[in-house]
Design a protein around this ligand. Structure first.
Ligand code: PEP
Length: 260
């Protein structure tokens, strides 16, 4: 039987609290018939929209994640948010190491690693982003980059903690560009990623791990992508900003997954 999917919407720096509430209010009835046994549906609003969205999502099958977390428990880190703050606010998931954070905010594999450890310690489930740039892909470095991001990003974790961690493979050249990896291309890379996880943590942990695809996933291509053996859902940017397109994407992803 196909493993359960996880589909998460990364709202990035979009949606005020009132806009986020309106989106979740519209999304709730549209995904109400999506069985949690088939797909975990997550939305990841900006920090200031989290509380309102958590309240709006109560009693529904929509889960809530943040987009970043600091590694320190507290202290002189102006502008940062700790894992305990997110946990107490009712957040369940947190995106870590998104390529935009790596590109614009100096995120490295070492800081990704520190953030993952803080998140897990606080009981949050990290959605850890990895992916190669166009230059790296064209230079034949895709697998080496992913292996390094996995080995260094997940360094020092117990295999058991991988059950609470999601990997999101996001080729940087496919994010927000409309240029999606073909299902076959994505599958080849996702399979290699599972192999790198197996080499570090063993076959059982790698087999059980949720590995999402991200990069211009839309309602139109979600089924074909999620029909691939090693694609267990998606991390969605643009298509998550409208309730109807996100709900259609979730349903098509579930349909594609059920063909496995
Ligand atoms: C993302 O930012 O994680 C993403 C996948 O964006 P988009 O779906 O817009 O390509």
């Amino acid at each position: 039987m196909a493993a359960k999917l996880v589909v998460a919407g990364n709202w990035k720096m979009n949606m005020t609290a009132s806009e986020g509430k309106a989106l979740v209010d519209a999304l709730k009835p549209l995904v109400a018939d999506v069985c949690p046994c088939a797909c975990t549906v997550i939305v990841c609003p900006p920090f200031t929209t989290l509380a309102t969205v958590i309240e709006a999502a109560k009693g529904s099958n929509i889960h809530v994640g943040a987009q970043n977390v600091h590694w320190a428990a507290n202290g002189a880190f102006t502008g940062e948010i700790s894992a305990a703050m997110l946990k107490e606010a009712g957040v369940e998931y947190v995106i870590i190491g998104h390529s935009e954070r790596r590109q614009y905010f100096g995120e490295t594999d070492a800081t990704v690693n520190a953030r993952i450890k803080a998140a897990l310690e606080a009981g949050l489930k990290p959605i850890v982003c990895i992916g190669e740039t166009l230059e790296e892909r064209e230079g034949g470095k895709t697998e080496a980059v992913l292996e390094r991001q996995i080995n260094e990003g997940l360094a020092g974790l117990e295999a058991a903690s991988l059950a609470d961690l999601i990997l999101a493979y996001e080729p940087v050249w496919a994010i927000g560009t409309g240029r999606t990896a073909t299902p076959e291309m994505a599958e080849d890379t996702q399979k290699a990623i599972r192999g790198f996880v197996a080499a570090q943590f063993g076959d059982a942990a790698a087999e059980a791990m949720t590995i999402q695809y991200g990069g211009s996933m839309k309602p139109e291509n979600a089924a074909a992508l999620c029909a691939q053996a090693d694609i267990n859902g998606g991390l969605i940017g643009g298509a998550a900003l409208k309730a109807a397109s996100f709900a259609d994407l979730v349903k098509n992803a579930v349909a594609g997954n059920s063909e496995k």
